[in-house]
Design a protein around this ligand. Structure first.
Ligand SMILES: NC(=O)c1ccc[n+]([C@@H]2O[C@H](COP(=O)([O-])OP(=O)(O)OC[C@H]3O[C@@H](n4cnc5c(N)ncnc54)[C@H](O)[C@@H]3O)[C@@H](O)[C@H]2O)c1
Length: 347
């Protein structure tokens, strides 16, 4: 068998190696560092190519491609969303992603992104929370206690000073799972039987449910003044979590309006309803929270630049480590135009 040359090899981070990397760095530290990378990339927003992600919808769920480039590196994520999957022993969301060198077009990193998506989503949420949530926030309601939930709780603990989480899920087994996982996290964990109970005394409300329809996880009367809402689960056409009246009372903050108007909570509003872009808040060009009575809403859908940031973070974190394996992914003929000869010599 012919040995692949160095040019053929692309560093590949498996799920196993991603988990080793997380334990090596520490989960909360890694979330905080990914958040810093996202923040610095959002602050150079104009250097990125941007497009709403490309979805393939089916009655079963959605498969999406999320590309972007800063002119030097190109990245994309493949991600699915299939709310029915957990009842079949499969995850709602799985993902992998790739970075490439714009100069040669050669891939420079291939990695699992199921774990990494949970980390970058939590990092983005807490980063946005650090700009918009009341500075005195200590209690977060966590509605939807599935795969993303622990990551969300720990990110808000690490970056926003949350010391108590109040958990609610329509499936109490998910709440018990989440509570058990957070047992030694340093968070006070309260198991709740209703969403009304969960939001009691919370300055931050995170909704992170999965349902392929317009659900009403929060009704208008549940949301008091001054609260920050981190709405994660409404991220597809016809898949939202909040009653429209909440949106009308909130200052709405989004990643990339062109995508959020298609996928986010604001699909329920007029196309010209005012929203604030987060990169502008981060660069100081737009105001964040107006006052301590304003309801701030992060209408999160997940945007390609967050994945690009996470990919770049992993690429630099694995340098000089053994948290990856070289993958023979690119054909590398001795004569670049003799791909056929390479194939024949391999027979
Ligand atoms: N915005 C983003 O960047 C981003 C990133 C990743 C995932 N997501 C979305 O976040 C959501 C959660 O993802 P996950 O991987 O944790 O999914 P999951 O299926 O593992 O968990 C979802 C949980 O929501 C619960 N649930 C469903 N309806 C509910 C309701 N009415 N009230 C309370 N709980 C309810 C389910 O019982 C389940 O435990 C999905 O909709 C996914 O598409 C968004």
């Amino acid at each position: 068998m012919m040995q692949p040359s160095d040019k053929a090899l692309v560093p590949f981070v498996s799920v196993d190696n991603m988990m080793r990397l997380v334990h090596h760095i520490g989960l909360e530290k890694m979330i905080t560092q990914i958040a810093a990378q996202i923040e610095s990339d959002f602050k150079r927003w104009e250097s990125f190519d941007k497009t709403p992600r490309i979805p393939a919808h089916s009655p079963h769920g959605v498969i999406e491609l999320m590309p972007t480039s800063d002119g030097e590196a190109y990245g994309f994520k493949y991600v699915n969303g299939h709310p029915k999957n957990t009842s079949e022993g499969l995850q709602t969301v799985t993902a992998f992603g790739l970075l490439a060198d714009v100069y040669t077009g050669y891939p420079t990193l291939l990695t699992e992104m199921t774990m990494l998506t949970a980390l970058r989503t939590a990092a983005t949420s807490a980063l946005v929370g650090s700009y918009l949530a009341p500075k005195s926030s200590r209690v977060m309601a966590m509605i939807g206690n599935g795969a993303q939930s622990e990551f969300q709780c720990l990110a808000f603990k690490a970056m926003c000073g949350i010391d108590t989480v109040r958990l609610y899920d329509t499936d109490h087994a998910a709440t018990e799972k989440c509570a058990a996982n957070l047992k030694n996290s340093g968070l006070t964990v309260v198991l709740c039987k209703t969403p009304e109970d969960a939001i009691e005394g919370a300055q931050i409300i995170t909704t992170c449910t999965a349902d392929k329809k317009n659900a009403t996880i929060l009704t208008d009367n549940m949301v008091g003044p001054g609260v920050h809402i981190n709405a994660i689960g409404g991220d597809c056409p016809g898949k939202t979590e909040l009653h429209r009246d909440i949106l009308l009372r909130s200052g709405i903050f989004v990643e990339y309006p062109e995508q959020t108007r298609i996928e986010g909570e604001i699909q329920a509003l007029a196309e010209d309803h005012p929203v604030t872009e987060l990169w502008q808040v981060m660069t100081g060009q737009a105001k964040g929270r107006r006052d301590d009575r304003q309801i701030t809403l992060f209408d999160s859908v997940g945007f390609a630049i967050e994945d690009f940031s996470a990919l770049c973070y992993v690429q630099s974190a694995i340098k000089g480590t053994d948290f990856f394996e070289p993958l023979d992914m690119l054909a590398d003929p001795d004569d670049p135009r003799d791909l056929y000869g390479m194939l024949m010599r391999a027979s």
